[in-house]
Design a protein around this ligand. Structure first.
Ligand code: NAD
Length: 267
């Protein structure tokens, strides 16, 4: 992708908006005269981060379905429209132990996967009302290459990518492009616990700005259902899924999937 630009005057919602990627993205969107509404957990720190960036703040816990709907309604009421939703809020497991902590697993999946599902459900009608736009989900490289140290995160991010790919045709029909960003490790608070290991090993990590550039390009020119890998020294790559072996008929010919099971635009 090249760096083209969303239209000035458009309105974007960023969940996890006061975190590392959220702040970098909000700064770049503001430079492009886009209103970036930062949605994040309610705290003094998060409110003041938004104020310092000159962005409106809305309190949101993405695991609360009704709150997702209310935030989108508030954005439309206060800013007149919603053109793009960045579903970016996320956490990883705090521990990395052999025993699987199911409570923590469920918490990560609730935020990183179901938070995305609720966000799409809430933003979809508003973006359609604006005449179409974009939904950009911050997944992770861990959704394509599962991390042995964090099964919950791997499941949630893999699920988010599958959700994006599954939803893409129906959203594209109403003018909304949904895509996923899959960054490798990047220098934000989420890697605070393990940053010293990267430093000690001389392992390169992304800057938040590099990821934000990919997030902007995904809005401006993303392909429906795409998963954009972002890696240090590589840039942004549209990941090509290998596909699966097609079923074969008794005669050995590739079998076509029944028409009713195919998306409408593929019939
Ligand atoms: N930094 C990395 O190495 C990396 C790599 C790949 C993907 N990601 C993903 O990028 C996204 C942004 O993370 P980041 O790197 O900016 O980290 P970050 O910790 O700086 O930001 C995450 C933000 O999400 C918010 N958040 C957490 N739970 C929430 C909830 N229930 N409701 C609303 N907001 C909530 C946090 O308050 C925080 O502001 C996450 O989805 C993360 O999984 C990060």
């Amino acid at each position: 992708m090249t760096d083209s630009t969303p239209a000035p005057g458009s309105v974007a919602l960023i969940t996890g908006g006061t975190g590392g990627f959220g702040r970098a993205l909000a700064t770049k969107l503001r430079e492009r005269e886009v209103t970036a509404v930062l949605a994040d957990l309610d705290s003094e720190r998060n409110r003041s981060v938004a104020a310092d960036l000159g962005c409106p703040f809305v309190a949101l816990d993405v695991t609360d379905r009704a709150a997702n709907e209310a935030v989108v309604a508030q954005v439309e009421a206060e800013h007149g429209r919603l053109d793009a939703a960045y579903l970016n809020a996320g956490i990883s497991a705090a521990k990395s132990e052999d025993a699987l902590d199911l409570d923590e697993f469920m918490r990560v999946v609730e935020i990183d996967l179901f938070g995305v599902v609720y966000g799409v459900q809430a933003a979809r009608p508003a973006i359609r009302r604006a005449g179409g736009g974009a939904i950009v989900v911050t997944a992770s490289l861990a959704g394509l290459a599962p991390m042995a140290t964090d099964p919950g995160y791997s499941v949630a991010k893999g699920g988010a990518i599958a959700f994006v790919r599954s939803m893409a045709p129906r959203l594209a029909r109403e003018g909304t492009t949904i895509s996923a960003i899959c960054p490798g490790f990047a220098d934000t608070a989420i890697i605070d616990r393990i940053r010293h290991e990267f430093t000690a090993a001389g392992f390169p990590v992304l800057t938040a700005e590099e990821v934000a550039d990919a997030m902007i390009a995904a809005w401006a020119e993303g392909e429906p259902g795409a998963a954009y890998v972002v890696q240090p020294g590589v840039g942004t790559v549209n990941y090509r899924f290998k596909g699966v072996p097609a079923a074969r008929t008794e005669a050995g010919e590739p079998a076509a999937v029944p028409e009713t099971l195919r998306p409408k635009d593929m019939r």
